[in-house]
Design a protein around this ligand. Structure first.
Ligand code: GLA
Length: 378
């Protein structure tokens, strides 16, 4: 029996770039671009509309879409997305209103879940604004989890509770397939450092097939444009961001405008060897092996065990020191230091040779070496 979200969910979400500027045409063009650009075939399946798709009032107790932004309606849009071999996602909130102030699902969980199922929704992102006093977070998410199950439709349940009540300890129990562990990411190196490198440490025991920690959507390829733009990042920074999310077995939800990607963005988002690390069927979340501070010049090594006995390793130069030498010792990974390992560079896509005991390489500021160590006998 296959389980939903057996590997981390992959797709696109409208929020990071489009915010309130979301509409039917953007979603249709995005879905088409995901096919043309090869994103669908690389595994990015979910096309998710975030907040601000809703009209201001319910009609007959039901949520309905903004008729100006979505003249043909959400069901027709879902049908178009499905016709391309993609899956369709939408957004609501556990409180009375969404974070942007639109009507939300508190007290309407059953009717909203039913409505989404009728519209052909495959993914629900469920936020945490305007929650009623006296009802705790887990209970609010339990209510929608139960309502989704009662529809009988397979709907991936994406909990967006920002880590407030440690959702990693109860998210799977209420039916969640992924849960945000932090507040919102933005398109800056500082945000990647904070949300990715600092806040995910120690959460690795809580993720596995069917239930994942979610450090928020990708900012790769935004370059300071769009709703959560805060100056933007360099290609090296986006490469580090993507490598870490792959090692973390994080959901890979693209946040840039996929209709207008440059070559560097394509190379990052379509790196099949990095994606394979993220999608490895063992489903182990990577962990921080070590940190080497030198004043404020920090280098970090992260590792993710893979199903074939190999280990994916990220060697990150988080500071500004040029050509920083970073070493990973076998013993820090639980490997015997006399075990020879094949080393493969997952960004250069080349074999680097067989090493014993340790591997060292030079890494540019804010960049990463993402390698795979495969133990060989002998
Ligand atoms: C919250 C969420 C974001 C986004 C907005 C929409 O801030 O954390 O990811 O969904 O709401 O209003």
């Amino acid at each position: 029996m296959s389980i939903l979200a057996a590997t981390p969910p992959m797709g696109w979400n409208s929020w990071n770039t489009f915010g309130r500027e979301i509409n039917e045409q953007v979603v249709r063009e995005t879905a088409a671009a995901m096919v043309q650009e090869g994103l669908r075939d690389a595994g990015y399946l979910y096309v998710v509309i975030d907040d601000l798709w809703e009209d201001d009032e319910r009609v007959d107790g039901r949520l309905t879409w903004d008729p100006v932004k979505f003249p043909a309606g959400i069901p027709a849009l879902a049908e178009y997305v499905h016709s391309l071999g993609l899956k369709f996602g939408i957004y609501s909130c556990a409180g009375s209103h969404t974070c942007a102030g639109k009507p939300a699902s508190y007290g309407y969980e059953e009717i909203d879940a039913q409505t989404f199922a009728e519209w052909g929704v495959d993914f629900l992102k469920y936020d945490f604004c305007y929650t009623p006093p006296g009802v705790n977070g887990p209970m609010l998410y339990q209510r929608m989890g139960q309502a989704l199950r009662m529809t009988g439709r397979e709907i991936l349940y994406s909990i967006c509770e920002w880590g407030t009540n440690e959702p990693w300890t109860w998210g799977a129990r209420v039916g969640g397939h992924m849960w945000r562990t932090t507040g919102d990411i933005n398109d800056s190196w500082e945000s990647i450092l904070h949300i990715g490198f600092e806040r995910q440490v120690g959460l690795e025991a809580y993720a596995g097939p069917g239930h994942w920690n979610d450090p928020d959507m990708l900012v790769v390829g935004m370059y300071g444009k769009g709703n959560v733009a805060r100056g933007g990042c360099t290609d090296a920074e986006y490469r580090s961001h993507f490598s870490l999310w792959c090692l973390l077995a994080a959901p890979l939800m693209i946040g840039c405008d996929v209709r207008a990607m440059n070559a560097a963005t394509r190379e990052i988002l379509l790196n099949a060897e990095a994606i394979a690390v993220n999608q490895d069927p063992l489903g182990r979340q990577g962990y921080r092996v070590g940190q080497t501070p030198w004043g404020r010049q920090i280098a970090e090594v992260w590792a993710k065990p893979l199903s074939d006995g190999s280990i994916a390793v990220g060697m990150f130069n988080l500071g500004d020191m040029p050509n920083r030498l970073i070493t990973v010792a076998w013993e820090s990974l639980g490997l015997h230091d006399r075990r020879p390992c094949r080393v493969r560079d997952l960004w250069a896509h080349e074999e680097l040779g067989v090493y014993t005991g340790s591997f060292s390489t030079r890494v540019a500021p804010h960049d990463v070496a993402l390698i795979k160590l495969t133990p060989v006998s002998g």
